[in-house]
Design a protein around this ligand. Structure first.
Ligand code: PFF
Length: 463
């Protein structure tokens, strides 16, 4: 059998997995949720969730992957639990669904980069018109998927790892540069205060729930992306240490994104932070206005750097999303990687077409369903997001921890983590992982899954 390939070094794995984690979610979602959810208080809660709850799930996924050296479906079979293969399939479905719409937003990022280079800052005033230009955004989406597919087709060390080694340091440089620049602008401090001054009174149950959901999505957990990447990791690597680096990088970049974003908005609004919205609007409608206000040359430099940064962040994530179904097909059906990649990427792109149409172009897809109890309809793209991200990921995380603790059994998990890290056996980290994987993670993730499911689809909200 042909070799599946491997990461050539521990650093290569860390950069690729951190690349998966650092994505669109870090740049537009985290800063906005922090500002809205009590500033530094939110950041604190987020940190606690990332390290206490998500970190153990991360090491569990990597350990299952490395132990079996298989895709998420094959992994359960290889461990002797054929009936758990459904969990791998759930993960692959999540990856496919997420990639189908994530790629479209990534296409917008590339499109905006090309507009910024030409100094077309007006684009921000017409964001909704832009997304409804179906051929243009469709083409950029296809281009982004093709770049993703090209990278994945080159294999683990020659494609994914190589790309991450270039993209991640470049991303870091760009974000640091932009942060320093943004902080030097007039009214920067008002923006930072808006972002970070702790407001404990704003910390509601919903904010805590959002923090956990965001940390989980941001760390690419619950769908087997890290089982997949873990299956290419060397037996000598220290999983705990790698996972710590991945988590720190992801959290660090999300935090920096806020330090970059809010001074920009503050500069535009003369420190009032008025009329400012989060989500795609912040990135695609507000920021081009900021770049315009910097003047032609500086605007072009800062604006195109920003959208290049966004595209790089998205690319290392789309690559990991595509790798999940690709590894599955290559492992199980023994089809060549190159052929698999292009077929799978093509199909996912097609699956994304209704999402593409659901941003204003087609009334049918824009107002696709009205949930029970909801007043206004939900678009096809948002529906896919609710299923893929919001529901499947916590469900997957819940089941993975149940599987590891009670089916595969904790001792086996611990033994895999000891490989390449003998000290782990008697450390406090071991006790922590032991406890969280058995009790805390299943409890919290199961809870999140139920709340989200009821909230999104049945309009039953506890908030
Ligand atoms: N972590 C990515 C982000 O924050 O944008 C999204 C993501 C990528 C989720 C890969 C899941 C995944 F497997």
């Amino acid at each position: 059998m042909a070799s599946r390939g491997n990461f050539s070094s521990k650093l290569g794995f860390i950069l690729a997995a951190a690349g998966s984690a650092v994505g669109l979610g870090n740049i537009w979602k985290f800063p906005f949720e922090a500002a809205d959810g009590g500033g530094a208080a939110f950041v604190l809660i987020y940190l606690v969730f990332a390290f206490i709850l998500c970190f153990p799930v991360m090491v569990t996924e990597i350990a299952i992957g490395r132990k079996t050296q298989k895709n998420p479906v094959g992994a359960y079979k290889a461990l002797g639990f054929k009936q758990w293969q459904f969990l791998g399939i759930l993960g692959i479905c999540s990856g496919v669904l997420i990639l189908s719409f994530y790629n479209i937003v990534a296409g917008w990022a590339i499109g905006y980069f090309l507009e910024m280079i030409q100094g077309n800052f007006e684009i921000g005033n017409n964001f909704s018109t832009y997304t409804a230009q179906i051929w243009k955004v469709g083409l950029y989406g296809a281009l982004f998927m093709a770049i993703t597919a090209f990278t994945v087709s080159k294999g683990i060390s020659g494609g994914i790892e190589r790309a991450a080694k270039f993209l991640m340091p470049s991303l870091l440089l760009m974000i640091i540069g932009l942060t320093f620049y943004a902080m030097s602008l007039p009214n920067a401090s008002a923006g930072i205060a808006y972002y970070l001054v702790p407001e404990f009174s704003e910390v509601t149950f919903e904010v805590v729930y959002n923090a956990l959901g965001q940390a989980f999505f941001s760390l690419s957990l619950g769908m087997g992306a890290l089982i997949t990447y873990g299956s290419y990791v060397s037996k000598n690597d220290n999983i705990i240490n790698s996972a710590a680096w991945i988590t720190v990088t992801d959290v660090g970049i999300a935090f920096l994104a806020g330090l970059m974003m809010f001074p920009f908005v503050s500069y535009l609004t003369n420190g009032t932070m008025e009329n400012f919205t989060g989500g795609p609007g912040l990135i695609f409608a507000t920021l081009p206005g900021v770049f315009r206000s910097l003047g032609e040359t500086l605007g072009i430099i800062v604006g195109s750097t920003f959208f290049l940064l966004l595209s790089f962040a998205a690319l290392t994530s789309t690559v990991s999303l595509l790798e999940v179904p690709v590894t599955y097909v290559v492992d199980e059906l023994k089809i060549s990687r190159k052929r698999t990649v292009w077929i799978v990427a093509g199909l996912i792109f097609l699956l994304g077409v209704p999402s593409l149409l659901s941003n204003g172009y087609s009334g049918f897809f824009t107002n696709f369903v009205t949930y029970f109890g909801a007043i206004s309809p939900t678009s096809f793209m948002t529906l896919i997001e609710h299923i893929g991200n919001d529901t499947f990921l916590p469900l997957g995380g819940f089941l993975i921890t149940i599987f590891a603790a009670y089916v595969w059994k904790k001792n086996n998990l611990i033994e895999e983590l000891v490989q390449g890290n003998e000290q782990f056996r008697n450390s406090w980290v071991r006790k922590h992982i032991d406890f969280t994987v058995s009790y805390l993670c299943p409890l919290m993730l199961g809870f999140i899954f139920i709340l989200t499911f009821l909230d999104r689809f049945f309009g039953i909200s506890v908030f």
